[in-house]
Design a protein around this ligand. Structure first.
Ligand code: HEM
Length: 337
C-alpha cells in the first residue's frame, strides 16, 4: 500500500498527464498498481546499473530478482499501452462538437512540429514506445518528489507552531476560514508565506540533494581545468547549507525567502537555491508541483487540525539518489468553527 501522500499526488499527476482514463474508472486499483510498478522500475534502474549482467542473469537469487523486475516492467507497459490505445481510439472517433481531453497525452499524440529548419526525422510525431517512456519518466520524476515534499512540509510545520500559525492565517486570509474562495492559479499565487515554507523545506531537505552535468567542451571551474567529457556532481544540499549564502542554515526560517515588509518573495540569488535545478535540464514539472503542493496545503490546513502522530516523531528519509519519505504518520482532526 503506497503512502497516503503518494496516492494523493499520483491522482493529481495522472489527471493532468493522462486525464480521466476509462480504465481507471473500471478498475480503481489501477492507480496503486501503476505506483507499485513505477517503484519497481526505479529499483530496477539502480539494480541494473550496479549488478553486472553475468550476476543478474546467472546467479540463483539474482535470476529470480531480475525476472521479477522484468515482469513488473512488462505489466507497466501493458497498462500504459492500454491507456494510449484508448486515447488513440478517442481521437480517431472525435467529433468536432465534442471536446477532447486536454491533457498531455492527447497533446503528445497530436503534436507535429512546424519548424521547417528541422530535419524530417525530428518533425515526425512521437511513436507509441516514446510516449510510453515519456509517461514513465514523468511518473518517476513527479510522484515521489512531490509526495516527499508534502510529508517534509507537514513535518516542519508541525515542529514549528509559530510557522503553522502564520501559514493558517495566510490561507484563511486568502481563501476564507471555510474555503469560501475557489482555489485557482491566481489565488495560489497570492500565497507568499506558503511558498516560503515550501522553499525553506526544500532548502533544509532537498528532494534531489545532488545533480550532475556532463561537460561537452574543456572548461575552467574552481581554478582547475576540466577536459571535455567530465561528469560534474553538483552538491545541492551543500549549497543550501553554505553559510556564504544562508545565515543560520540549520534553522527552519521561511521568512528568509520573504521581503522585510512580508508582502513578497525575495528574488533568488542565482545558483544559491536549487530546488528544481537550473538551466535547460531544470525540472520540467516545477510549475505543476507548486500547484499540487499549494493546493494540498490549502485544503488540509483549512479542513483539519494537522498534528504528527507522536510528539517525538522523526522524518524518516531514505536516500536512494533522492531523499524519499516512504512512511509518514499524521493525525487529522476536522476543524470545527
Ligand atoms: C516538489 C516536487 C519536485 C521537485 C523538488 C523536483 C526537483 C527536480 C530536480 C532538482 C531536478 C533535476 C534538475 C537539474 O538537474 O537541473 C528535476 C528534474 C525533473 N523533474 Fe522534477 N521535481 C519535482 C516535481 C516534478 C513533477 C511533478 C514532474 C512532472 C510531472 C517532474 C518532472 C521532472 C523531469 C521530467 C525532470 C528531468 C528533466 C531533464 O532531465 O531534462 N518533477 N526535478
Amino acid at each position: 500500500m503506497a503512502c497516503w501522500s503518494k496516492l494523493i499526488v499520483a491522482n493529481f499527476v495522472f489527471k493532468t498527464i493522462i486525464g480521466t482514463s476509462p480504465s481507471f474508472e473500471s478498475s480503481p486499483n489501477q492507480i496503486e498498481e501503476i505506483i507499485d510498478r513505477i517503484d519497481d522500475f526505479m529499483e530496477m534502474m539502480n539494480y541494473f546499473c550496479l549488478i553486472p549482467r553475468w550476476i543478474r542473469y546467472h546467479l540463483p537469487w539474482f535470476k529470480t530478482r531480475t525476472a521479477k523486475y522484468l515482469n513488473s516492467k512488462k505489466q507497466l507497459d501493458v497498462i500504459l499501452d492500454e491507456i494510449i490505445e484508448q486515447r488513440i481510439k478517442a481521437i480517431n472517433n472525435w467529433a468536432p462538437d465534442k471536446a477532447l481531453d486536454a491533457d498531455l497525452l492527447t497533446l503528445l499524440l497530436l503534436v507535429r512540429d512546424s519548424i521547417e529548419k528541422f530535419p524530417q526525422e525530428i518533425l515526425r510525431p512521437f511513436d507509441r514506445h516514446e510516449i510510453q517512456h515519456f509517461l514513465i519518466e514523468i511518473f518517476l520524476a513527479g510522484i515521489d518528489s512531490t509526495s516527499s515534499t508534502i510529508c517534509s512540509i507537514i513535518y516542519f510545520v508541525c515542529k514549528n507552531p509559530h510557522v503553522k500559525k502564520l501559514l493558517v492565517e495566510e490561507i484563511e486570509k486568502i481563501f476564507g476560514p471555510n474555503l469560501e474562495q475557489p482555489v485557482t492559479t491566481q489565488s495560489l499565487n497570492k500565497l507568499v508565506y506558503c511558498e516560503a515554507v515550501i522553499k525553506e523545506t526544500n532548502r533544509s531537505i532537498p528532494f534531489v540533494p545532488i545533480t550532475s552535468r556532463y561537460s561537452e567542451s574543456p572548461d575552467e571551474l574552481g581554478g582547475f581545468h576540466w577536459p571535455a567529457g567530465t561528469n560534474i556532481g553538483i552538491n545541492i544540499h551543500g549549497i543550501h547549507m553554505n553559510t556564504l549564502h544562508w545565515t543560520d542554515p540549520h534553522s527552519f526560517k521561511p521568512e528568509r525567502f520573504i521581503s522585510a515588509d512580508g508582502n513578497e518573495l525575495v528574488p533568488e540569488t542565482k545558483n544559491t537555491f536549487l530546488m528544481f535545478g537550473r538551466g535547460v535540464r531544470a525540472c520540467m514539472g516545477r510549475k505543476l508541483s507548486m500547484i499540487i503542493v499549494k493546493t494540498f496545503m490549502v485544503l488540509i490546513f483549512t479542513k483539519y487540525e494537522v498534528e504528527l502522530l507522536n510528539e517525538g516523531q522523526d522524518l524518516k528519509i531514505k536516500y536512494n539518489g533522492t531523499n524519499k519519505c516512504e512512511e509518514f504518520f499524521i493525525h487529522l482532526k476536522p476543524r470545527i468553527r
